[in-house]
Structure formats: structure tokens, C-alpha cells
Write a protein that binds this ligand. Structure first.
Ligand SMILES: [Zn+2]
Length: 278
């Protein structure tokens, strides 16, 4: 299952249009808040000329390519909102469902690229200032030639099922009584399947079998790629560490606790399982 298609209205590009003339789409962020313009359906990305928006945008811009046939950039927003502001700064996560999916997915990419741009300014090998590589999305150290690509951190997330029940856990980081699927970052040298097995054993003491790929979701906080799996219970009794996970339980599909938002792949997997019981 795909989590939307970022390339539906978007053609990636590296070499910017220079000079910037005419209106462009501007994905401008202040932290993880996106600068958006309200409309009847929710919000959209400002489509304005560089000169009219120049006061809102940082000098450093990354060219993203063509969006809906028009040039689009991402940059930092230098914008202070007040009640009469025509543009609003809104947390990207809160914009899910309030703008079309293609725009939301490209905004996720823009945020992740901006974070990467900010955190890869210097060469980790020799300490020189990096420059943008002209022919691909990467940075080049002009002194030692080292190349730095945007980092993507794979994080498997797994729904374990057992007789029409699903294993859900409450993390100490979760608000209220929210329960979700077990997830964790891949470690060096392990397959995604090994990661799924290790995380479930470490966090809840459960062995699984028959691990199947479900779908994936970029998660730009700051650079995760969530990779969804479904697995069958094999053996073991639930045991939580009490530090990262405070509670875990087998829940019947008709008696589920508070769940994560519909934005998350966790919720997408849970909703799919309820509609497609084994
Ligand atoms: Zn270097």
C-alpha cells in the first residue's frame, strides 16, 4: 500500500531557475511550522513572486523542482504572525487533511531537506564549509571531495496479530492513554526483518513469524522513513521495560484503546486490519 504519491504533481529538480522570475510556490518553514495561506478548503502554499515575498524568506533557498508545472522552492520563513496577517504559520502535522495530499507530501520533503541543509553545512571529515552539489541532491566538500547525501533513517513499525487481537503499547512519550504499534530505528548491519524481531523482543518480549511488508511513510522529524509491517504472533508473554514502554496488551479489534492520529502509518495499518480481519 502506498502512502500517497509525491510525484503526482511534482517533477523534482536540482538546478534552480535563475534569476527567479514570475510566481513560484514557496514552502517556507519556521521550525516545523509551514507558512500557508487560508482558503475555503483549508490552506494552500503561497504562490507569489520572489520580490513580493522576499521579506518572508531566508536568503538561502533550495530549489525543489516543478510543482503543478511551476517552480517551487523551500526556505526558512522570516515571518512574524499577527491576527491580521494574510499568511499563517501552522505546524506541518496539523495541516494533514487541510491541504491536498500531494502538497502535504511535498511539504514533508521540503521540511526534511531544510533540516538536512541546516545540519550538513560543514564537512564531517575535514571541517571545511560544504557547497551544494550541482548535479544531484547532495553537498560536496570543496577541500577533501567528500560527498554528503540527505540522511534517511529507516524505522520499521509492526502490527502483531493473534486470533483477531492486535498488540498495542503505550509509550511513556505518548499523551493520555494512547496506544500504538511497536517501532524503532534500524541498526547498522541488520535487515528490516531482523529489526522487527529485535524491537519486539526488546520492548515487549514477543517472538513473531510471517513478517509481511505493508507500506511506508516519510516522517520528517527530522529524517525518518517509517516502514510498516504486519506479523503473526509466534511465542512469548508480554513483558515491558517500564521505561520506554509502560504498558502493552492484546486488544480485540472491537475494543481498541485511544489510537494515534489518522496521519500516522500506525493508524493506517490498524484501520486496514480492522477492515481485513484474518
Ligand atoms: Zn572535507
Amino acid at each position: 500500500m502506498n502512502y500517497g504519491n509525491i510525484y503526482e504533481n511534482y517533477e523534482p529538480g536540482i538546478v534552480p531557475v535563475n534569476p527567479i522570475e514570475g510566481a513560484c510556490y514557496w514552502f517556507a518553514f519556521k521550525g516545523s511550522k509551514l507558512l500557508v495561506e487560508p482558503d475555503d478548503a483549508g490552506f494552500h502554499i503561497p504562490f507569489i513572486t520572489h520580490s513580493s515575498g522576499a521579506a518572508y524568506f531566508s536568503d538561502k533557498k533550495l530549489y525543489l523542482g516543478l510543482f503543478k508545472g511551476e517552480p517551487c522552492y523551500c526556505c526558512e520563513a522570516q515571518y512574524t504572525e499577527n491576527e491580521s496577517s494574510p499568511l499563517k504559520l501552522i505546524e506541518l502535522r496539523a495541516l494533514f487533511g487541510q491541504m491536498d495530499e500531494a502538497t502535504f507530501l511535498l511539504a514533508n520533503r521540503a521540511l526534511q531537506l531544510l533540516n538536512w541543509d541546516l545540519t550538513s553545512r560543514f564537512c564531517g571529515k575535514c571541517g571545511s564549509a560544504n557547497c551544494d552539489k550541482e548535479d544531484e541532491r547532495a553537498k560536496l566538500c570543496p577541500k577533501c571531495g567528500h560527498i554528503f547525501y540527505p540522511r534517511i533513517s529507516p524505522a520499521p513499525i509492526t502490527a502483531v496479530t493473534r486470533d483477531n487481537q492486535i498488540l498495542l503499547a503505550h509509550s511513556t512519550r505518548f499523551p493520555g492513554n494512547m496506544h500504538s504499534l511497536i517501532a524503532g530505528f534500524s541498526e547498522v548491519g541488520e535487515t528490516l526483518e531482523d529489526c522487527v524481531k529485535r524491537e519486539l523482543m526488546e520492548e515487549v518480549g514477543i517472538r513473531v513469524k510471517n513478517i509481511r511488508y505493508f507500506g511506508s511513510q516519510p516522517w520528517p522529524y527530522p529524517d525518518s522513513l517509517m516502514i510498516g509491517f504486519i506479523a503473526d504472533y509466534d511465542s512469548g508473554e508480554i513483558r515491558v521495560d517500564g521505561i520506554e514502554i509502560s504498558h502493552a496488551e492484546w486488544f480485540p479489534y472491537d475494543k481498541l484503546p485511544e489510537l494515534p492520529s489518522r496521519l500516522s502509518i500506525a493508524r493506517k495499518i490498524i484501520d486496514w486490519l480492522i477492515e481485513n480481519p484474518a
